[in-house]
Design a binder for this molecule. Structure first.
Ligand code: FAD
Ligand code: GLY
Length: 395
């Protein structure tokens, strides 16, 4: 059965219209590929809508994640040009704010923990520094009376992730991408060991030269390929709260982290508080405990938030992989490419993912930056096909 209003074939199908899928589709279309993106819901309403928009390659760096830090830093460097290109292409400003981040210690124990992290982070050459409580308060006068000092991370910025999703969609469509919303992909069509297109939930199908699996936390729900070929991605629930500040006199201007909390001030006066990290499957419930923990942790850092009205509360599902790093690269089935598992960093990693995956699909090259993130790192996964076998011939 052919799909109404769709061609019978396309060069590339992208499953998932989050920032990952839309970014890849945009880059593919800029190079002349015919691209169709499917989303089971409205575009950009998954984790890409739920996120805080931090570009925290340095502040979130943890031992064991050296390759991920390098990927994050490379993507972080791409952000100013990426945001400018999106604005030129669409007129949408994704509000890249460059005040940087403060990571606050309230107690001597917090300070000891942060100093331990700082030693590791500085060992990687990351530009982080300890500042005194007085200096932290000079930068953010509304920090509370309990303050031992802070780490300043001058290159960890933020964007408005909801505007980013809208901008990527507009840019992709302007470049010729067909975005089909509320159209779930049920199955990947495999013919002669090659991904040959997709079957939609209504039974219709679309033939394609390549399929990019960018379905975020839902990436294992697609049928048609063996379980061991599905990327090991699971939902990691996060609850969020937005308060409303006076946009003309915001309580904070930097992204501020404290124990069990981050706070992200937006241009429109919203103050995003996040986030819980919960292994609860696709549970969508906001809980009293989750919201209480965010508000209390934020209040300990900036007591003046208690006067602010609550603007919104929501839940999102991070696409978490087994090692918390993204899964990027060719699958064991020719023509199938993974772009999923971005966990806590999908907004940060959107620019580098878009470029690298588009190159992989069209040129069959796997950039050095994404080589550590292939599916083959999970020992029991079948070996990926050689990258050059992914490259699609454009019609
Ligand atoms: P998504 O945005 O979830 O998109 C996947 C899409 O696939 C969805 O729209 C879904 O509807 C669609 N889909 C699923 N199944 C199907 C199907 N069968 N057929 C068709 N479509 C399908 N990252 C940062 O870098 N900085 C942050 O500050 C940050 N904060 C976060 C805070 C929270 C609370 C959460 C939840 C995440 C946060 N993240 C952050 C992580 C970031 O949001 C994700 O890594 C990123 O959005 C993943 O993008 P994606 O496109 O892969 O997934
Ligand atoms: N990176 C922030 C979060 O995932 O909550």
């Amino acid at each position: 059965m052919a799909v109404s209003n769709l061609p019978s074939s396309t060069d590339v199908v992208v499953i998932g219209a989050g920032v990952v899928g839309l970014g890849i589709a945009w880059r593919l279309a800029q190079r002349g590929a015919r691209v169709t993106v499917f989303d089971k819901d409205a575009a950009g309403q998954g984790a890409s809508h739920a996120a805080a928009g931090m570009l925290a390659a340095c502040a979130e760096a943890e031992p064991g994640e050296e390759a991920l830090v390098a990927l994050g830093r490379a993507s972080q460097r791409m952000w100013p040009a990426f945001a400018a290109e999106l604005r030129d292409a669409t007129g949408i400003d994704v509000e890249l704010r460059e005040e940087g981040t403060l990571i606050v210690a309230l107690t001597a124990d917090d300070q000891a923990r942060l100093m331990h992290d700082l030693a590791f982070q500085k060992g990687l050459g990351l530009p982080l520094d300890w500042i005194s409580a007085a200096e932290a308060r000079r930068r953010e006068p509304h920090l509370g009376p309990r303050l031992a000092g802070a780490i300043v991370s001058p290159e960890d910025h933020q964007v408005d992730n909801r505007k980013l999703a809208a901008a990527l969609r507009a840019a992709a469509e302007a470049a010729g991408v067909l975005v089909r919303e509320r159209t779930a992909v049920a199955r990947i069509l495999v013919a002669e060991d090659r991904a040959a297109g997709v079957v939609l939930a209504d039974g219709s199908h679309l033939a394609a030269g390549a399929v990019v699996l960018a379905a975020g936390a839902w990436s294992r729900q697609i049928e048609g390929i063996a379980p061991e070929v599905l990327p090991p991605v699971r939902p990691i629930k996060g609850q969020m709260v937005a308060l409303r500040m006076d946009a003309a006199a915001p309580l904070i201007r930097h992204v501020v982290w404290g124990p069990n909390i981050y706070m992200v001030p937006r241009n429109d006066g919203r103050l995003i508080l996040g986030a819980t990290v919960e292994e609860k499957g696709f549970d969508k419930a906001l809980t009293a405990g989750g919201v209480l923990s965010l508000l209390e942790a934020a209040w300990r850092v900036v007591p003046a938030i208690e006067e602010l009205p609550v603007d919104e509360m929501w839940v999102g599902h991070r696409p978490g992989s087994r090692d918390d790093a993204p899964i990027l690269g060719p699958a064991p089935i020719r023509g199938l490419v993974y772009a999923t598992g971005h966990h806590r960093n999908g907004i940060l990693l959107a620019p580098i993912t878009a470029d690298a995956v588009a190159r992989m699909v069209l040129d069959g090259t796997v950039d050095a930056a994404i080589r550590p993130f292939g599916m083959e790192r999970f020992a029991r996964a079948p070996a990926a096909v050689a990258a050059e076998k992914v490259g699609v011939e454009l019609a």
